[in-house]
Each structure stands twice: as structure tokens, then as C-alpha cells.
Design a protein. Structure first.
Length: 264
């Protein structure tokens, strides 16, 4: 994807996000899906508008959105060599429903089995994170480059989602944390971006779906960060099966993080 096309995509995501996402102020109505997660009217409206706009701009592409039926998601993923747009229309729906100001819209372009481009837009802070494979990553047009990271885990700030981790690992982290401090904010796509920006240095999550991590993982990689599953595999895989994530904002810190996790 060219820089010009990436900017077109970012402008499109930004426009549609502001069309449907009101500022956080008060709880919003939602319903529960079959898997127990929340969905709002905004989820469906953003996905529909993005889908239409993307196919108008790139007519030979196909869509895979979080709010599509599983069978439709699988058909999209198995469609062959066509460009695939992977959409999370509202990452952090629970936060949005509760009026917590941490949620985003995430869009990734999958091409030839890899993530070619990604956009994650935070409408609260008006921060637009973008990346193109091999070209770099940006926040509001400013390059994201490797920022100085702590030399040791003990000085690092970690984003850790305990809920989805193996019990033994979660217990070890709770009783013998190797980092300085820990947070969990509840919007995966933004977690990846904050790691890329250097607002935290470590990340751990036990269960992410393709639309959760596709755009964010490219943004982190292009900013100089590193990530793998808990089993040591590449995080990205064109599959609907959830993936675990262990990541860090620098290669050196990632190696130390992986060594500590490997002791479990």
C-alpha cells in the first residue's frame, strides 16, 4: 500500500469513527452476543459504513468484520488471493458502553497471507496510528521509532490481561511480578499502539482474535517492537483461532521477557 493510499484509509476510518462514536460521558445500551461479549448499535453501523466505503475505494477486495457471522468470516478468510479487509468496528466495546475513554476502530489489510497495512484510530484522543509493511509506522503522521526502553524488566511498565492467561502463569505474575507496575485497559488494538508509542514496555494477553491484533501487531513491528505467542510462534496467522501474545517495545526487553515467561 502506498503512503497516499494509507492516508486515504486513515481519513476514511477517522471520518466514520466520528460519525458514530459520541464522546464518552455516560453508559450506553448494549446487548450480549452468543459468546457473552457486548455489542452496540455503533459496532454494526461502523462495520457497515466501513465495508461499503472500502469496497467502493478498493472494489476487488473482500471484508472480514468482527460482527459478521462466523460462517461468513470463514468464507472471507478462505477466499484465496484477493485483498482482505479485517475490521474491528469498535475495539473496547465494554469500555465504550461504560463511558470509559479507551476504545478504538481498527482496520487491517491482509494481502498474500500477511498484514500489508493497518490503521487504529482512537477517537477520544484523536490519535490515528498507521503502518505499512516495510515502510514504517506513524501516529498522526509523525514517525513511530524505537524509543528508549528500560534495560531490565524490573523497570518496565506492563499491560497484562490476567483474565485469559493460564492459571499458573497468572498466579506467578500476581505473586512474583518481574516488572515495576502493571495495568489493563481493555482495548487490544490500542494496547498494541500504546506499546509501539512507548507508553508501556511489556504486553501479555492470552487470547486475541484476528481483528484484535492484525493492525496493531504491524504497527508495533514497524515501530521496532517485538511479539510472539506464549509458545514462541509468530502472532499473526490468517486464522480465526485465538492467539496469545507476549510483546515488548524493544528487542532486548523482549528477549528478557521471553526468558522470564519461559520459566513458567
Amino acid at each position: 500500500m502506498t503512503p497516499e493510499s494509507l492516508q486515504d484509509l486513515a481519513d476514511l476510518v477517522r471520518e466514520i469513527a466520528h460519525r458514530h462514536l459520541s464522546p464518552p460521558a455516560q453508559p450506553r445500551p448494549a446487548r450480549r452476543k452468543a459468546d457473552g461479549s457486548l455489542v452496540t448499535r455503533a459496532d454494526h453501523l461502523i462495520q457497515a459504513d466501513l465495508g461499503r466505503a472500502l469496497q467502493e475505494r478498493w472494489p476487488r477486495s473482500i471484508l472480514l468484520g468482527e460482527e459478521m457471522a462466523p460462517a461468513a468470516q470463514l468464507r472471507a478468510l478462505e477466499a484465496g488471493e484477493r485483498d482482505l479487509w479485517c475490521i474491528d468496528p469498535l475495539d473496547g466495546t465494554s469500555n465504550y458502553c461504560a463511558g470509559l475513554p479507551y476504545y478504538a476502530v481498527s482496520v487491517a489489510l491482509l494481502r498474500e497471507g500477511r498484514v500489508a497495512a493497518g490503521v487504529v484510530y482512537d477517537p477520544v484522543r484523536r490519535e490515528c496510528f498507521t503502518a505499512a509493511q516495510g515502510l514504517g509506522a506513524w501516529c498522526n503522521g509523525q514517525p513511530l521509532e524505537a524509543v528508549p526502553a528500560p534495560s531490565h524488566l524490573a523497570d518496565a511498565l506492563a499491560l497484562v490481561d490476567f483474565k485469559r492467561l493460564p492459571v499458573a502463569l497468572a498466579t506467578r505474575l500476581a505473586t512474583h511480578p518481574p516488572y515495576r507496575s502493571q495495568r489493563s485497559f481493555g482495548a487490544v488494538a490500542l494496547d498494541w499502539c500504546w506499546l509501539a508509542l512507548g507508553r508501556c514496555q511489556l504486553y501479555l494477553h492470552g487470547r486475541q482474535r484476528l481483528w484484535d491484533y492484525a493492525a496493531g501487531s504491524l504497527i508495533l513491528a514497524e515501530a521496532g517492537g517485538r511479539a510472539a505467542t506464549l509458545e514462541g510462534e509468530d502472532v499473526f496467522r490468517p486464522t480465526l483461532t485465538p492467539r496469545s501474545v507476549a510483546a515488548a517495545s524493544s528487542p532486548a526487553l523482549f528477549r528478557e521477557w521471553r526468558r522470564w515467561l519461559g520459566e513458567d
